[in-house]
Design a protein around this ligand. Sequence first.
Ligand code: GLU
Length: 433
Amino acid sequence: MLRFAPSPTGDMHIGNLRVAIFNYIVAKQRGEKFLVRIEDTDKERNIEGKDKEILALLELFKLIPDSVVYQSGNFHIHQQMAKQLLDKKKAFVCFCDEEELNKEREKAKKEKRPYRYSGKCENLSSDEVEKLLKEKKPFVIRIKKPENNIKFKDEIKGEFDFSPFEVDSFVILRKDYTPTYNFACAIDDMLYDISLVIRGEDHLSNTPKQIHIRNSLGYDKEIKYAHLPIILNEEGKKLSKRENHASVKWLLEEGFMPEAIVNYLILLGNSFEKEVFTLDEAIEFFDLSKISRSPAKFDIEKLKFLNKEHMKRIENLSEYLGYHKQYEELLKIFRDESATLKEIREKFEAVFEKAKDDEFKNEREILKKEILENELEDSYDEFKKRVSKNTSLKGKKLFMPLRELLINQKHGAEIKDLYKAMKPYLKEVVKTR
Ligand code: GLU
């Protein structure tokens, strides 16, 4: 089974979406199930409703999970396993308070060395522990650091080797008995029989901790890992969650199609013979092991190119955009000159608005009368002949106001094409100018 494990603590960004896509694709390629696990262990950081938002986005992107679980539903199991580790002396009760730990952290910072837990409570006798528990002193549970190095091979990045010092004796159960991220994640990956974890490389340092947890529990089935290189912004810096481009919601609002975003994120850091494809097609040729090890750079121009390609594939554009079908031909004209759905919409909606500027106001009035007071010719050439003759307008003074009458823009599509597309409702449109 593969899994996508979002935390409901913020908006979905493209890095998360890319992780979801790759897990989905590999699950389909292997004929394994795709689980979505909402990682709601951190009550303070959870944001109400984010889980539903994430699930709705997955549906929009057609990344349909076989099942959805909430990590909090397994808290009792996490607690039982923490108890098991305590009983096996692989974990210990820690009474160090935040103030004490913060001092140690500060000290380590000053001395420019990484902070590690001092090991203080590991050496408490069982009598001392009993006593402090009786006094109701708050405590956490820490797992003991491993005795040997933790080694693993990442499917993308190769071999890793972490020392016990790097893994450290870290907290697995908080004061309120909720599990920490690493503990819940390591156990759930085991419970759901996850075969491969694909996630962002920001989790790389968590991997030895999670392996150590399962080793301590005696789970010996190997779970493989693939950590995806980060996505950089156009300046080559780490794409921050706060940048617009990084937000999936923002990209959708800007009029990028889900199909184009998926296509783009699969292509990012990959090279295939084909550049434009669907999710289903990608399942045929995607190869996780061929992903570039170096960070991928976000390129909005490439995304626009793919968006244009996917927009061309929309069969019934007016229906897709929610407009009356009589506008199909006009919408197609706008599509040819737009990079996003939002641009098409803006161009289309401008058609029904009042004129924007007065440079050709007089010419517009003359042409308006000419259009409203006569029957429209079938062909644009005949129409143009008549209008030129009756109004003696020509060149820029004919085409610009005419285009403004039609679509409220001085520049843009060929008037001939617009005339043909708009003839059935041209008079209605012209009246609004
Ligand atoms: N909940 C983690 C996150 O949203 C994912 C952890 C994982 O995939 O193991 O970053």
